[in-house]
Write a protein that binds this ligand. Sequence first.
Ligand SMILES: [Mg+2]
Length: 377
Amino acid sequence: MEITDIRAIPLAHSLPEGRGLGDARGFGTDRGTTLVRLETDDGTVGWGEAFAPGPIATATVEELFADDVLGMDPFAVESLADRSYTDPYHFGGDVFVQSAVSAIDVACWDIIGKSVGRPIHRLLGGTQCSELTPYASTMYFTEADRPIEDPIRVAVVEGFTAAKIKIGSGIADDIERVRTAREILGPDTDLMVDMNGNYRPHQALESARAIAEYDVTWIEEPVPPENRSGYRELRSKIDTPIAAGEAHYGRFEFKELIDDRTVDIVQPNLGRCGGLSEARLIAGMASTENVAVRPHIWNSAVGMAAAIQFAASISSYPNTRHVPEPMLIEFDRSENPLRSDLLETPFDPAGGTITVPQSPGLGIDIDEAALERYRAD
Ligand SMILES: [Mg+2]
């Protein structure tokens, strides 16, 4: 089997004027990403996503990888990471290179799964996993002035049993947001907060202590992702677990987060971290330091499918059934048709569960009409 066709397909969608949303760092109206479609000589098609802007991801795929990928056996997928660090030499430690590798890697795994008739999570050595627990990623900062409690009420109505909210724009506002979310969610749900790296360590520490009484499951990116010493300082002073990883890529960066437990939870994005091959390596490294792995998902439905297959393969070690800790999977509740419209059968979080596709590969079918609708090339 060999790959005979590779295409990068940039996608984009813009929210209407005034409907921007975001985090403590600001609002955005544009959502963009890049899909990669591979086809083999026997007509098998695989999909992956580079979680990177279309023009850059497309150029990276076409200029740096297309020649080598054409003619490649998709079962040689794990050679892609090596290649990214050696040819072209010194380019591997680049976010756009690793985003391109991620897309090609996931598409290869999709093809492998289809050719052997197994879902990817079974290929990665996972046990039979049929359901995951989605958490609503919500309570964004919004351009329009809206009541902060509305999105959490919606999440509860939709059946979510866990949620992550945006904070990080000042201690008083953090308390107000977390208190509001906890009151609506009730005492028994997982509530996570995301500061999007908007604080210095002393500010993050003050906030973490102020919201501790609301039983926060993790604090995400309390300081900028480059600020490793900030993570270490906070970890030594607070009890709430710290999560990071969406801004990181490749085994070498994740090793820095995992070594000596710089953070408690790593969050690889399957469209950026290097793909399923690299994510599996990251999960293995994480297990050596007893660091948890919870994938970050702000992608299109293709990246989400990859993250779901990956999450379904992760061992819960060392937890046993006596220490329940659900494999929480991020479910972005912002308006994004690249997530909601791209599949023939969209992922459905209703009832507080995500069904893990059991059909071969990623287990998804692309809605070709939707793909054409959001193409940005
Ligand atoms: Mg985040």
